[in-house]
Design a protein around this ligand. Structure first.
Ligand code: BG6
Length: 559
């Protein structure tokens, strides 16, 4: 049974475990409307206005552009389910600390961690001090003050105990954020518990960590369960890729420059590549990962979201519905991958022992066994996916989108490559060097940058020689600021009630509609994933997938 399946037999609040629901919990109160945010529906307003003006009432993506100058966000009680878990320690608490240090939290804002462990505030702070502090960047001068904001309440989603204690520590006057860093099998039951305990106020929001279900049906069920307690505008389905600097910059690049938009279509773009390669293996998450696999873990959400941001039409405004409406249209235009197309256009792989950056590492099944996952030695879960997608609309007809992601690849590299078409006619004589088509490489991580590969003349007085050369915009060099973690911006967007960078229900479900047939087709063939040695770019079949079309994957060592 996958960890996010709606099995209600094993209670736990820590992520990547399952839990029991109390059948008595059937409360279905009317959803609240979100407070502190713009209206749920779009206001009828004039379309035209001063250039750059925001529509009143609609929350812009960059509501926080003036962070610091604008002062802190509203006073908040930040309630973290899975408060002793990995996500809380590695990402949530360090991110809140960074924003606190920047003066973005009011003096009375607090973090209330929930778990089944019997910890008092002092013991919890000690735990955070040892486990979260290593993930904090820069100065720690404010660390002790931040720890002072933390408290812990022992609750178990499987029982009614402890919820009253939670009630006692929360303040009705504050924004209330319930961050569900727990398995999706718990989302519904936790929401019902919150509701039954009278904890859901009009100023509450709930944050759902991915994966949101394991297929379309389970995603719908979770959305229904959560939707019975919270209104859609109170629900923040997080995809941390949308909080990454360069991902947001993609919208600026496209819509704040006139240069690219006229070229951003099938007339000038030959193909698009989206790569999210990781050098890490499955680590300690074997139990979760072995039931998920790369398609559910990365493609259905992160890669599909990147594809949407590349392919969407310009939104009419930068508000939550305009942007998400355009993304949904892309999802609806994705050509279904079904039947023979799945074998032709998708590749699944699994890493074997190898070496990553000179260090010997074990294979996936050995890693699984080491993490204590059941059935480890015979796992057929994919740790790598490559696929060819098509967006069937006017702008993108005939332009393939190649997506690939994998664990234990040669290096951690996430990038989007827009491959332009060749020049229609060359005026240059033979022998001066090949004219390589332009490429725009948007590097998401590491070394966030935008590079435009152009053709240039080789300097020198001799004969004419052409050479590709990059125009390089490196964010580190240009802006010289610490690059904030994606969670830092997203967590405060939740407090502000701005869901633009979060997934709307229809987005998640439409993404599942496209992904699920691939999972089904793979299951039907029963084929094992193709092996690839750790430290490489994936199985040979992934190279063949793109080379069949006369193209190659863009690799880091290239220009
Ligand atoms: C998570 C996946 O959503 O994203 C992980 O569950 C993956 O398996 C991670 O490692 C990658 O995120 P990032 O920000 O390190 O690219």
């Amino acid at each position: 049974m996958p960890p996010w399946s709606l099995d209600r037999s094993r209670p736990s609040l820590s992520r990547e475990r399952t839990l029991t629901a109390d059948p008595a919990l059937t409360t279905t109160p009317a959803p609240h409307a979100v407070a502190d945010a713009g209206p749920a529906t779009r206001p009828a307003e004039p379309r035209r206005g001063r250039p750059g003006a925001q529509r009143s009432g609609a929350t812009p993506v960059w509501a926080a552009a003036t962070d610091g100058a604008a002062g802190p966000v509203a006073p908040v009680d930040f309630v973290v389910f899975g408060g002793t878990g990995d996500l809380a320690m590695r990402k949530l608490l360090p991110s809140l600390f960074h924003r606190d240090r920047d003066g973005m939290l009011t003096a009375d804002s607090r973090v209330v961690a929930l778990s089944r462990d019997p910890l008092d505030a002092a013991a919890y702070r000690e735990l955070v001090d040892s486990r979260a502090r290593p993930h904090v960047a820069g100065e720690l001068d404010h660390w002790a003050a931040f720890l002072g904001r933390l408290s812990h309440v022992q609750v178990d989603a499987g029982s009614a105990d402890g919820w009253g204690d939670l009630h006692d520590v929360l303040d009705d006057g504050r924004v209330r954020v319930f961050y569900l860093a727990c398995p999706p099998s718990l989302f519904g039951v936790v929401c019902r518990r919150l509701s039954a305990a009278g904890l859901v106020t009009p100023r509450s929001r709930v944050v759902l960590e991915k994966p949101l279900g394991w297929d379309l049906a389970s995603a719908r069920e979770i959305n229904d369960d959560v939707g019975a307690v919270f209104a859609e505008e109170q629900v923040f389905r997080i995809d941390h890729y949308l909080g990454k600097e360069t991902v947001q910059n993609l919208m600026v690049l496209r819509f704040a420059n006139t240069l690219l938009e006229p070229l951003w279509n099938s007339r000038y773009v030959d193909s698009v590549q989206i790569t999210v390669a990781e050098s890490v293996g499955v680590g300690t998450r074997g139990d979760y990962y072995d039931h998920a696999g790369a398609l559910r873990d990365m493609v259905q959400n992160h890669l599909v979201q990147l594809l949407c941001l590349c392919a969407m039409e310009p939104p009419t405004h930068l508000d939550r519905d305009s942007v998400r409406d355009e993304k949904v249209k892309v999802l609806q235009s994705l050509r279904p991958l079904a039947g023979d197309d799945v074998a032709r256009y998708t590749v699944r792989g699994q890493y074997r022992a190898g070496a990553v950056e000179g260090v010997a590492v074990s294979g996936y099944c050995e890693d699984l066994a080491a993490s204590g996952a059941a059935g480890a030695t015979r796992s057929r879960t994919e740790t790598f996916v490559a696929l060819r997608a098509e967006v069937d609309n006017w702008r993108w007809a005939g332009v393939p989108f190649y997506l690939r992601t994998g664990k234990r690849m040669a290096s951690k590299t996430s990038e989007i490559v827009i491959q332009f078409r060749p020049v229609p006619h060359s005026i240059f004589p033979a022998g001066v060097g090949a004219i390589e088509p332009n490429r725009l490489v948007i590097r998401l991580q590491p070394d966030e940058s935008v590079r435009l590969h152009m053709m240039a003349k080789e300097p020198g007085p001799g004969g004419l020689q052409l050479r590709p050369a990059p125009l390089n915009l490196s964010f580190a060099e240009t802006f010289r600021r610490r690059s904030a973690d994606a969670y830092e911006r997203l967590l405060l967007d939740v407090v502000r009630g701005n869901p633009t960078l979060f997934m709307r229900r229809d987005e998640v479900e439409t993404a599942w509609e496209w992904t699920e047939p691939v999972l089904r087709a793979w299951a039907a063939t029963g084929d094992a994933p193709k092996p690839y040695p750790a430290g490489t770019t994936g199985p040979a079949a992934a190279i063949a997938l793109i080379e069949r079309d006369g193209r190659t994957w863009h690799e880091e060592h290239e220009l």
